[in-house]
Design a protein. Structure first.
Length: 479
């Protein structure tokens, strides 16, 4: 649904559009959501194992028993819009929901599929009803959806939502009331049983995601990163199956996606990661809808993590079957770890160095991560950047992301004192005591300000000889 095709006040059939829905249309357009398809990310069906999930399932089961003959799909989702549970007694409705991937394991946030009841309820933290033509994607116009967020009554944290979906031709007058009542019952049940505690720490992985790239800029980092992206793009354009290899967390998949986007700016980029064993069949079935599309580039992330039988079946689709015409790039730790089904087809290998060997990438990455958290540019002092560049980043970019996200949620300007003590370790990997960590951090900060050794020693309250000795002891790189 292109916002520009309407007067901004009415939907496709001329009905008035609520202001929240109109604002969601505009956001959906800015996200580059396609209007003629819904392509949510598949994250797997692993249970979150939380009190919210347990209480929500019980409430939905009770609601389902009272509405077994009604054409209503009842869903519980997490805070990111990923469907955890789905119930309905209407088989035709379930088949229709499967066709648009409104099913367990798929994400239906506003950023994933555009304006929909579930996504808007989570975006605005408010009960929401989205009727037929009010959906951003025309594919969803056959449904009406009502959703209500569920907030942990003990912590105030958004835990997820209850979503009720029916046919657009069915009466939906009570749908929102039912959703709100179910959400309230879940919250009350959680309160009676005690707080759910901290949210699950294991993040959901993106197992099957399509990016249209509309309105998205590609990343420019340091020379090593640029060389990897450039080489991958050139190999793809030459019609080769490419492997981007390097340590986990170095940004291999991101480099592959950007290379694909630069090679074919107007194509879809489908990125898929290795599923859990329980999700393997569902994951493989998704390729039936994708194989052979002329407008799609495929990125298989962590191909070395695929079980052999999954790799064999995927290779049969992408390399010799209906998907053989699609450009393909895979990522792995090294060539030797790539499954045999893919090894013979790979004709180009492009390395990506670990982050500790790419200090020129650290600053732009840190700035991009900070901007993503705060929605604006965040200043880093020269001393803070130097500390970030000197750290070994054993978990590569994922480690840097965790550190920067935590820091910029607490400060407006990132300086050395705001950085975690874990960054203050000597180059041999020995963990410093609290006092040693503080002392090393202060020496790095003062030296980063450009002070001479004499001036730095004076500011630190020690002799130049002691400063030289401390620099050697803490293995602080020479300027």
């Amino acid at each position: 649904m292109q916002v520009g095709a309407y007067d901004g006040e009415r939907d496709a059939v001329g009905a008035p559009v609520p202001p929240r829905v109109r604002a969601s249309w505009e956001r959906s357009q800015s996200y580059g959501i396609p209007v003629d398809a819904v392509e949510p990310t598949f994250t797997g069906t692993r249970s979150p194992g939380s009190l919210f999930h347990e209480c929500g399932d019980a409430v939905l089961a009770d609601l389902h028993r009272s509405m077994t003959t009604e054409p209503v799909g009842m869903m519980l989702t997490d805070a990111h819009g990923v469907v955890i549970t789905r119930l309905s007694g209407d088989r035709a409705l379930l088949r229709a929901l499967d066709a648009v991937h409104l099913a367990p394991g798929f994400g239906y946030s506003e950023r994933e599929v555009g304006t929909n009841g579930l996504g808007l309820a989570l975006a605005d933290h408010a009960p929401t009803l989205v009727r037929a033509e009010q959906h951003y994607s025309r594919t969803l116009s056959g449904f009406t959806c009502a959703a209500a967020p569920v907030v942990d009554p003990a912590t105030g944290r958004l835990d997820g939502a209850v979503n009720l979906t029916t046919w657009s031709r069915s009466s939906s007058e009570l749908l929102l009331t039912l959703a709100r009542a179910a959400a309230g019952t879940i919250a009350a049940t959680m309160l009676s049983r005690g707080s759910s505690g901290p949210a699950p720490t294991r993040p959901r992985r993106s197992l099957f995601r399509v990016d249209h790239g509309l309105g998205r800029a590609t990343e420019n980092l340091g020379s090593d990163w640029t060389a990897t992206v450039t080489a991958t793009r050139a190999a793809l354009i030459a019609g080769r199956v490419v492997a981007v290899v390097g340590e986990p967390g170095t940004g291999r998949a991101t480099a592959a996606e950007i290379a694909a986007r630069r090679a074919w700016p107007d194509h879809r980029v489908l990125t898929a990661g290795a599923p859990d064993p329980d999700d393997a069949e569902s994951w493989l079935s998704l390729w039936d809808f994708e194989a052979g599309r002329a407008d799609t580039v495929v990125v298989v992330r962590d191909v070395d993590a695929l079980p052999t039988y999954v790799a064999d079946r995927l290779a049969a689709v992408l390399l010799t079957g209906p998907g053989a015409t699609m450009p393909v790039v895979v990522t792995a730790e090294n060539l030797a770890a790539i499954p045999a089904a893919f090894t013979t087809a790979i004709t180009a290998a492009v390395p990506l160095s670990p982050l500790r060997e790419r200090p020129g990438d650290v600053a732009p990455l840190a700035h991009r991560i900070a901007h993503g958290v705060r929605g604006r540019d965040v200043a880093f002092t020269a001393a803070a950047i130097r500390v970030l560049q000197q750290f070994s980043w054993p978990q590569n970019c994922a480690h840097l992301r965790r550190v920067v996200e935590d820091v910029v949620r607490r400060v407006d300007v990132v300086d050395v004192p705001a950085l975690p003590a874990e960054l203050v370790v000597d180059s041999g990997g020995r963990r410093l005591s609290t006092i040693e960590a503080f002392e090393r951090r202060e020496i790095v900060r003062v030296l980063a300000d450009g002070a001479t050794m004499a001036a730095a020693a004076e500011r630190l309250g020690m002799s130049r000889a002691t400063l030289y000795r401390k620099i050697k002891y803490y293995r602080i790189p020479a300027r």
